[in-house]
Each structure stands twice: as structure tokens, then as C-alpha cells.
Design a protein. Structure first.
Length: 85
């Protein structure tokens, strides 16, 4: 048996130094060279989720969470420009 060699597990390549994350949802292989970028993106997502959770706990509506007024303003502006042509 060989150790410290690249393998494949469930179709995913696993190399020496890769991080294996396992939870009740499944398994993820994080390539060693991508760990910093993935950690940065993960922290950003977690920060965003915490902000949303705080807003929900403070009583925000879904419309407020997605800034629906701004979305409608943008949509209507596009429609208005399109109909003027």
C-alpha cells in the first residue's frame, strides 16, 4: 500500500495537503492551493449571513432584505427606456 500519493475518492481528486471537510451534508475536498481564496469567500458568506440574520431578528421583511424598492426602480427604468425607442 502506498501513502502520500494522489488518489480519487468518489470521483474527486485528493492530493497531499488537501483539506477534507465532512459534515452531515456531505464531503468537500479543498485543494491545498485554493485554501486561502476559499477561506476568504467563506468568511464573506458567513458575514453576509450574520448581517441578514441580525436584520431578520430586528423584524426586517423579505422586501427590505432584498431591497425590492431599488430592484423595481431599476426594472421600471429599463422598461421605460425600452418603450421610448
Amino acid at each position: 500500500m502506498q501513502v502520500n500519493v494522489p488518489i480519487q475518492c468518489g470521483g474527486a481528486p485528493v492530493n497531499l495537503g488537501d483539506i477534507i471537510f465532512v459534515d452531515s451534508n456531505g464531503v468537500v475536498v479543498v485543494p491545498r492551493l485554493d485554501t486561502e481564496a476559499i477561506l476568504s469567500r467563506t468568511k464573506h458568506i458567513l458575514d453576509t449571513e450574520n448581517i441578514v440574520q441580525d436584520k431578520i431578528e430586528a423584524g426586517a421583511t423579505i422586501g427590505e432584505l432584498i431591497n425590492i424598492d431599488s430592484m423595481f426602480e431599476t426594472i421600471f427604468a429599463h422598461q421605460e427606456r425600452a418603450t421610448k425607442k
